[in-house]
Design a protein around this ligand. Structure first.
Ligand code: F6R
Ligand code: MG
Ligand code: MG
Length: 366
């Protein structure tokens, strides 16, 4: 019997700006789901990263199950009622549609799912990021699944040495999922050529070539493509299986020591370094910096073990200091050049009107 892992996350309101959801809001989601159990799922786990709430389910219903998606949607709706009652900021902001229509993908919340045959021990990592977008995982996943400098398992493990298959999505295409399949290591330069463009080409999933099993999956939603305008950053989630035929946990974590620059700092419109933080960390400096959390868990007969907070370790304090320095360094150039996102990615429509107004004032010099 197969196990499906579904992680579904949304920003449905937060305290003091885009900082974090309150305790009451988190509890309301937990309570809603526990009460609705009715054999829909086998286990669930609720956590938050910055202002986003993620629900991780284990169940038998396969990916894209409307039962599971509806349960998450209903939980977020119930939470939104609590958020509104409390007067939280941005209550219900990621729920872009009025009524549930079969699949939560395309309705606002971010979704990443994988259906697996559980191994005797099934360790996996569950990432959630805030103040950034799905392309934030491009670099760390690329390094883990292609580069022995970060993942020595690519040399040392016979299964990893056979390489991995990348499914990459063109997220600018709004008519459907425009996909390309590329193989590592032989298509490495093609993979790199696409993934350098974080805002357009996003890793959707990765498969082991030795066993054909799914190794990783990322949420690929772009809210502005759904709503037709910017309504917030997409704050992506990602699941990665580890050990055995897959990279070791530490090999998946190693690229997060870079603190690479991603989109989504202040007003979703600036570039900032991605800081690996402890679970339940809020948002702070310049409405950021962009953050990522990671729970390590095992799933066994569809039940979760307790989770380990992998970024809660003295090593990551050193990295957080480095990332803080990188954040201050890019902030020193304010809105100039690389510090701010290109026009097409700014989270505010007001600048479009401003530019139109200015455009009319330009004159060709005689
Ligand atoms: C992401 C996030 C930001 C905001 C952005 C716009 O979690 O909170 O990307 O969406 O700062 O905020 P408002 O709508 O308050 O101007
Ligand atoms: Mg937000
Ligand atoms: Mg957020």
């Amino acid at each position: 019997m197969k196990t499906t892992l579904s992680i579904i996350k949304a920003d449905i309101g937060s305290i003091g700006g885009h900082i974090k959801p309150g305790y009451k809001l988190l509890e309301s989601i937990r309570e809603f789901i526990s009460k609705k159990k009715q054999k829909l799922f086998d286990d669930f786990y609720v956590s938050h990263t910055g202002d986003d709430i993620a629900i991780l389910f284990s169940h038998q219903k396969g990916t894209g199950s409307s039962d599971i998606h509806k349960l998450a949607w209903d939980a977020f709706m119930a939470g939104t009622a609590v958020a509104k009652k409390q007067g939280l900021y941005g209550a219900g902001q990621d729920l872009l549609k009025d009524a549930f229509s079969g699949n939560i993908k395309g309705m606002g919340p971010a979704v990443a799912e994988m259906e697996i045959e559980e191994r005797p021990s099934e360790p996996f990592l569950c990432f959630a990021a805030d103040k950034t977008d799905p392309g934030a995982y491009n670099l760390p996943l690329y390094l883990t699944f292609t580069d022995p400098m970060f993942n020595p398992g690519l040399m040392l493990s016979p299964a990893c040495s056979e390489g991995f298959k990348f499914n990459i999505m063109d997220v600018a295409n709004t008519e459907g999922d425009r996909m390309i399949e590329l193989l590592a290591p032989e298509n490495l330069y093609d993979i790199a050529a696409l993934l350098r463009d974080n805002e357009r080409f996003v890793i959707e999933s990765i498969y082991s070539r030795s066993s054909g099993e799914i190794a990783a999956v990322v949420s690929t939603t772009r809210l502005h493509n759904i709503a037709g305008k910017y309504t917030g950053k997409d704050d992506p989630v990602c699941l990665v299986r580890v050990q055995g035929n897959f990279p070791a946990t530490g090999e998946v974590l190693s690229p997060y020591s870079i603190g690479h620059y991603v989109a989504g700092f202040m007003r979703g419109s600036h570039i900032g370094p991605l800081m690996p933080v402890k679970i339940n960390s809020p948002i702070s400096y310049f409405d950021g910096p962009p953050v990522v959390t990671c729970h390590a868990l095992c799933v066994h007969e569809r039940k979760f073990t307790e989770s380990a907070d992998v970024f809660d370790h003295p090593f990551w304090d050193y990295i957080r200091t480095k990332v803080s320095r990188k954040a201050v360094e890019i902030r020193e150039q304010g809105f100039f050049g690389a510090a701010m996102l290109p026009y097409s990615e700014l989270e505010y429509g007001g600048i479009v009107e401003k530019m139109e107004k200015l455009d009319k004032l330009f004159k060709i010099r005689k």
